[in-house]
Design a protein around this ligand. Structure first.
Ligand code: AKB
Length: 310
């Protein structure tokens, strides 16, 4: 069971292919457009409605909840109160239901948990976490809450700190890292892109197949292997917009990059790391990404080309 959004709409079909069509219940606040998710069992559900969460868990005898509702960093700065509710109170509801019905929980976190005082390069698993955004505040609190429910109530809560996720199937919405998806559409359609982040703003990114792999592998590993739980640094590539544009130019030589900086998203990006150390994830549950900047760019462009023009 999970809510949808960028990861959920691609995680759901993958989980169904592994665990069986009838064993995965998708849920969202409205009926999703994603046809692959619509094909299976589905419940309309608002994560703020704890009674409905409990009744869905009971009805379908759910053992593992993927808690995916989230308001991402840039939108959270526009609507901090709403972000607090969805990102933190929504998680609290899920954890309470998980405690009562003895479910495991996947509790995704983000590179947004880090702040200006965090070591920027090779950011360690355990380090200073003083984020300045509402998104970061809710996600750090969510990590602590997850660990608390594990140590106090033995609820098996685990999570990863996702970087910006790049997908050819689903668009992100309201994040600071969204440019890394938008740029591909603009490169193919207009051969130019205006970046809202400055050159030299390095951020961790990940291709969707690796994000799905991280989620499934972490939830499948024997609990005894884990020293950390909420949440693991995971990394696969780290670049700025110039490096991404250069990679795109290998396929579209006439591609032009220009700049119009958004101060809100620039400030958020400046407070995030320039590359995470994910050695704990590699050691504890054999995390290993399959894509780098080169292979992700080639795959994105070929998938989007066939999607846009066929
Ligand atoms: C965002 O930009 O807010 C997200 C994230 C890194 O968590 N993509």
């Amino acid at each position: 069971m999970g809510a949808l959004g960028q990861i959920g709409s691609e995680l759901t079909p993958k989980l169904r292919s592994i665990y069986g069509e009838d064993n995965v219940i998708a849920s969202d606040i409205r009926t999703p457009n994603y046809s692959r998710t619509n094909e299976g069992r589905f419940e309309i559900h608002d994560c703020m409605d704890i009674k409905k969460t409990a009744s869905i868990v009971k009805k379908h005898k759910i053992g593992l909840i993927y808690n995916l509702p989230a308001i991402l960093s840039a939108t959270a700065e526009k609507y901090p109160q709403r972000a607090f509710e969805i990102n933190l109170l929504g998680l609290y509801n899920t954890l309470e239901v998980a405690r009562e019905y003895k479910c495991a929980v996947f509790n995704p976190s983000t590179i947004g948990v880090f702040g200006d005082t965090t070591p920027k390069k090779n950011t360690p698993q355990d380090t200073i976490m003083r984020p300045s955004t509402m998104y970061g505040v809710t996600k750090v609190s969510g990590e602590l809450l997850g660990d608390y429910y594990y140590s106090r109530y033995n609820v098996d809560v685990r999570g990863v700190r996702f970087p910006g996720i790049i997908s050819s199937d689903t668009l992100p919405g309201g994040g600071t890292t969204d440019y890394a998806v938008e740029i591909f559409y603009k490169a193919l359609k207009k051969k130019k892109y205006t970046s809202y982040l400055k050159a030299g703003t390095y951020l961790d990114m990940m291709y969707m197949p690796d994000a799905i792999k991280a989620t499934i592998n972490l939830m499948e590993i024997e609990s005894a292997h884990l020293k950390h739980r909420n949440a693991f640094n995971v990394a696969s590539m780290c670049f700025d917009v110039e490096e991404l544009a250069a990679e795109i130019r290998k396929h579209i030589p006439e591609f032009i990059l220009s700049y119009k900086i958004d101060p809100v998203r620039q400030k958020i990006a400046d407070s995030w790391p320039d590359g995470l150390d994910d050695s704990e994830a590699r050691d504890q549950w054999n995390w290993e990404p399959s894509y780098n900047l080169e292979s992700m760019t080639a795959d994105m462009l070929s998938k989007l080309k066939s999607k846009l023009w066929h």
